[in-house]
Write a protein that binds this ligand. Structure first.
Ligand code: 5GW
Ligand code: MN
Length: 360
C-alpha cells in the first residue's frame, strides 16, 4: 500500500490488489469516494510505478476538472464583465452587482464556462384567458429562437385551458411542460397568484431539473439573443420607464399598512415584475416572501398599488439582487428612440387592455 499526498491536498490511498485491477480511494472535500478501475487482464504490459503515477495524474486532472465544473461561482466578475464598456450608463450597483448592458459581457467566456457545466435553464410563463389566445404562441416561438440558444431549456407553461396550448415544434435542447391552473376571478389575483404557483412548481419540479430559471410575463416577445450573461443567483429587471428616474418617482407602495411599503426617498431601483430569475432556491425564497406579503395584506384588507410588482420591489429592496438587467432586456418601444438602448433582447407587446382584459 502506498499513501501519497496529491499536490492539491487530497490524500490518495492506492491499494494494488493483484495484477487484475487497481482500486483508488480518494478524499474529496470530506466525502470518501471509492472508484474501482479495472485494467484488462489481457493487457500483459507491466505498469511501472512511473507509468502508474503518470496515468493517475492524468486521471486526477480530468476528475478535478470535472469536479470544478460542477462548482458554482468560480467565474469571477472580471473574467466576463466589462463595467467600463458602456460609460454612458451605470453598470454597477452600489452593492457591486453588475448591471448587464449590451456589449458589457464576453460571450465566449460565458459560453465556455457554462457549456462545460451543461446548464439547464427553466422559464416559467402564465397564459390565462385571453392572454393564452393572444400572446403565448408568439412568446414561445420567439423564446425558442432567442432564449439561451445552444443550452438546455425547459419551458414551464401554465394555462387555464390545455386544449389551447399552441403546438409549436421546438428546436433541439428545448422542451416544455404544460400545467393546468385555475383562473382566478379577479385579474389582480391572476397576476399575484403566480407567486404561489411558481413556488409550488419549484418544489415539485423545477428544483430537480434546472440550474437557473426565469419567470416572465407572456405579453412580450424576444427580439435577439437572451443568453448566459443574464444568469446569476438572483436576477432583477430594471423597469424600462423608470431606469433613469429619481427615487421619489418610483411607484413603490407608499402605504405603511401594506407589507410592500417602502418609505419615500428609500429604495434602489424600480424593478419590473415581467422578468425575474435566479437559482431555483433564490427564486423560491422570493416567491414565498412575496406571496406571504400578499396574503398578509389581504388579511389587513389592503392591496399594494402594483400588486405582485410592489411586493417584488420590497423583496429586492431587502434582499439585494446579485445581477440587474438593463432595459434592453425588457424594452417598451413606446418609449421611443433612446441612444442607451443598443440591442433589444425582449420587448413588450403593445398593451391592448380593452381586448385582452375584457371578461377576465
Ligand atoms: C388580466 C387582466 C388584468 C391583468 C392581468 C391579466 C392577466 C394576466 C390575464 O388575464 N391572464 C394572464 O395570463 N396574465 C398573466 O399575468 C400573463 O402572463 C401576463 O403577462 C401577466 C401579468 O399581467 P399583465 O401582463 O397584464 O401585467 P402588466 O404589468 O404587464 O400590465
Ligand atoms: Mn405584462
Amino acid at each position: 500500500m502506498e499513501i501519497k499526498m496529491h499536490p492539491r491536498g487530497m490524500a490518495f490511498l492506492i491499494f494494488c490488489l493483484g495484477s487484475g485491477f487497481v482500486s483508488v480511494v480518494y478524499l474529496n472535500r470530506g466525502d470518501w469516494t471509492f472508484l474501482w478501475m479495472y485494467r484488462e487482464k489481457s493487457q500483459e504490459i507491466p505498469i511501472s510505478k512511473n507509468q502508474t503515477e503518470h496515468w493517475l495524474t492524468n486521471w486526477f486532472n480530468c476528475r478535478s476538472q470535472d469536479t470544478a465544473d460542477k462548482e458554482p461561482n468560480t467565474l469571477q466578475l472580471d473574467d466576463w464583465f466589462h463595467a467600463s464598456a458602456r460609460p454612458e450608463v451605470s453598470t454597477l450597483t452600489d452593492w457591486s452587482a453588475p448591471i448587464v448592458w449590451d456589449s458589457t459581457f464576453k460571450r465566449s467566456v460565458l459560453e465556455d464556462y457554462y457549456s462545460k457545466r451543461k446548464v439547464t435553464v427553466g422559464l416559467t410563463v402564465f397564459a390565462i384567458g385571453k392572454y393564452l389566445d393572444k400572446y403565448l404562441k408568439t412568446f414561445l416561438i420567439s423564446a425558442d429562437n432567442f432564449f439561451m440558444v445552444g443550452h438546455k431549456v425547459i419551458f414551464y407553461v401554465m394555462v387555464d385551458d390545455l386544449s389551447k396550448m399552441p403546438l409549436i415544434e421546438l428546436g433541439p435542447l428545448r422542451t416544455f411542460k404544460v400545467f393546468q391552473v385555475n383562473k382566478e376571478s379577479r385579474w389582480q389575483d391572476i397576476s399575484m397568484m403566480r407567486m404561489k404557483t411558481i413556488g409550488d412548481l419549484i418544489e415539485s419540479h423545477i428544483k430537480y431539473e434546472v440550474d437557473f430559471m426565469f419567470c416572465m410575463d407572456v405579453d412580450q416577445v424576444f427580439q435577439s439573443d437572451y443568453g448566459l450573461e443574464t444568469l446569476d443567483e438572483s436576477v432583477a429587471q430594471l423597469q424600462a420607464w423608470f431606469y433613469k428616474a429619481d427615487k421619489e418617482k418610483f411607484t413603490y407602495e407608499r402605504d405603511p399598512q401594506s407589507t410592500a411599503y417602502i418609505p419615500s426617498m428609500q429604495g434602489d431601483y424600480y424593478y419590473h415584475a415581467a422578468v425575474f430569475g435566479g437559482t431555483p432556491l433564490r427564486v423560491f425564497n422570493l416567491t414565498r416572501e412575496c406571496y406571504e406579503g400578499i396574503i398578509k395584506d389581504k388579511e389587513r384588507n389592503t392591496e399594494a398599488i402594483w400588486h405582485d410588482e410592489s411586493h417584488l420591489n420590497k423583496y429586492y429592496f431587502i434582499n439585494k439582487p446579485t445581477k440587474l438587467l438593463s432595459p434592453e432586456y425588457c424594452w417598451d418601444y413606446k418609449i421611443g428612440k433612446n441612444s442607451d438602448i443598443k440591442n433589444v433582447k425582449l420587448s413588450w407587446m403593445p398593451k391592448e387592455y380593452g381586448e385582452v382584459r375584457s371578461n377576465s
